[in-house]
Ligand binder design. Structure first.
Ligand code: NAI
Length: 327
């Protein structure tokens, strides 16, 4: 039996948590031979802690053979203790009349505390995925609050955007999702993101040539992917949860187990690639191997793409400036 992996999940009693925890415990994230210990963090309020207890009771009732232990807590130092993987899902939602700036600052408080706790008690090679919005900037704050950890340990979730783009492209070109390779979503997890299929291939053929529709790209595909989250809220009355949990599973599984040369999109601290300033957490195409990701290099950036990449970068820079005084 392998040594159990400690997986911390924040916001464990929320919507995404409810879709995520059971899949982690069943082995879908780390493999069917990998035991896990779930270390779940929720707010200290009675309601949140009671809901967390309920989720833990249901986890028990699944009798998952791979679930080697569980911790439920409101203390980040307990939740992140010796964590190998940390999924930071819990965040302050945007309330009625709340300005974007206030949302940023409220979340900055949360992610400063959690970054510090990770710095103090998590494993030195902990892999952190930030899902809670604004995900890229929250990941940046956690990274900056954890100076003893390698910045490369911190990532933000762009995978839902990547998966959304894959499905839209597969439908348009009438091909199987699994046959599309080399897709990328650049930038921020926000409507400014830039899904880019210029390099994408289907069984060796250029997907861009197959679609051959610049108008659809600019006026349908990019806005549909960018506004998909809002369309789901409109339809469901609640934000995406099962698909977000699924994307989190995809992100961590690929990071840990590797992508076998395939590209996936991850929000990672820039190393200066493609002119994106160092440390900005930006969606890049990456490949993963042996628990490490590498940004795909050498892609040509045309004028249209540069303009889109700069637009989403400008938003990230603005968010970064808004929290700079706290770091
Ligand atoms: P939710 O509101 O159902 O659950 C969030 C949970 O986090 C709540 O149970 C709350 O008590 C808890 N929480 C809040 N602050 C916390 C803290 N400081 N420590 C521990 N727990 C805390 O929300 P849902 O639907 O699960 O979404 C979670 C986050 O994920 C939101 O910020 C949402 O915007 C974001 N999201 C991100 C996506 C992405 O692609 N990056 C996609 C979909 C959602």
């Amino acid at each position: 039996m392998k040594t159990p992996v400690r997986v911390a999940v924040t916001g464990a009693a929320g919507q995404i948590g409810y879709s995520l925890l059971f899949r982690i415990a069943s082995g879908e994230m780390l493999g069917k031979d990998q035991p896990v210990i779930l270390q779940m963090l929720e707010l200290p309020m009675d309601k949140a802690q009671a809901a967390l207890r309920g989720v833990m009771m249901e986890l028990e009732d699944c009798a998952f053979p791979l679930l080697a232990g569980m911790v439920g807590t409101s203390d980040p130092d307990v939740a992140f203790k010796d964590a190998d993987i940390a999924l930071l899902v819990g965040a302050m939602p945007r309330g009625p009349g709340m300005e974007r700036k206030d949302l940023l600052l409220k979340n900055a408080e949360i992610f400063t505390v959690q970054g510090r706790a990770l710095n103090k008690v998590a494993r030195r090679d902990v892999k952190v995925l930030v899902v809670g919005n604004p995900a890229n900037t929250n990941a940046y704050i956690a990274m900056k609050s954890a100076p003893d950890l390698d910045p490369r340990n911190f990532t933000a979730m762009l995978r839902l955007d990547h998966n959304r783009a894959l499905s839209q492209l597969a439908a348009k070109a009438n091909v199987a999702v699994a046959d599309i390779e080399k897709l990328v979503v650049w930038g921020n997890h926000s409507p400014t993101m830039y899904p880019d299929y210029r390099f994408a291939r289907v069984k060796g053929q250029s997907l861009k040539d197959m679609i051959n529709d610049a108008d659809w790209n600019a006026n349908t595909f990019i806005p549909v992917v960018g506004k998909r989250g809002a369309a789901i809220i409109e339809a469901r009355g609640l934000s995406s949860a099962a698909s977000a949990a699924n994307a989190a599973i995809d992100h961590v599984r690929d990071w840990v187990l590797g992508t076998d040369g395939k590209w996936v999109t991850m929000g990672v601290p820039s190393d200066g690639s493609y002119g994106i300033p160092k440390d900005v957490i930006y969606g890049f195409p990456v490949t993963c191997k042996d628990g490490r990701y590498e940004i795909v290099q050498g892609l040509e950036i045309d004028e249209f793409s540069r303009e889109r990449m700069n637009r989403t970068l400008a938003e990230l820079e603005e968010e970064r400036a808004g929290v700079a005084h706290l770091l």
